[in-house]
Design a protein. Structure first.
Length: 173
């Protein structure tokens, strides 16, 4: 899913905004809604989430959007709306789709910032254990939840194995 910022909201990758967003994302988990991976870009956030139901997804995303907006406003000393419009979401149905989504979300900075291969410091990639050579996670708890569905836990590995940080994110459909 993608949350896109309004034109008047500044750079999400700046330290204050990024830290606030990461804190908000880490507190968004519910029994019925989980943030599995994220990538913070200049003016939008890419997320992979799990929800136990359609209603759980809707409520989880609404709560997440409000929590993130309040965090950004506090961090940047501003008031008012943060998000441009409703979120964009796509249901992942196959191992291949899930693997492509992991690559797209975790390596999206390569597309937006023409970055060299590596792990984006503004993403949950630092905690992701599906890399070809997983890094040592930073100290402290992970801000993302462990997946519960077969597709997000192990199914995606059947569609190409671990992700190489040198892969290029696929184009969005």
């Amino acid at each position: 899913m993608t949350l896109r910022a309004r034109a008047d909201v500044d750079y999400f990758r700046a330290d204050q905004a990024r830290t606030a967003l990461e804190r908000a994302l880490s507190r968004a988990h519910k029994e019925w809604f989980r943030v599995l991976e994220y990538s913070i870009q200049s003016d939008h956030i890419h997320l992979i989430v799990e929800a136990d139901s359609r209603l759980g997804l809707i409520r989880g995303v609404q709560g997440l959007a409000v929590r993130c907006a309040k965090a950004v406003n506090r961090a940047l000393g501003r008031k008012g709306p943060v998000w441009d419009h409703r979120y964009h979401a796509h249901r992942l149905k196959t191992p291949r789709e899930v693997r492509m989504a992991y690559v797209y979300v975790l390596l999206n900075f390569r597309k937006h910032h023409r970055a060299a291969p590596g792990i984006d410091p503004c993403s949950s990639g630092r905690w992701f254990q599906g890399w070809t050579c997983p890094p040592k996670p930073p100290p402290g708890p992970s801000p993302v939840a462990q997946p519960r569905t077969w597709l997000a836990r192990v199914g995606w590995m059947l569609a190409g194995g671990p992700i190489d940080p040198a892969e290029w994110p696929p184009p969005r459909r």
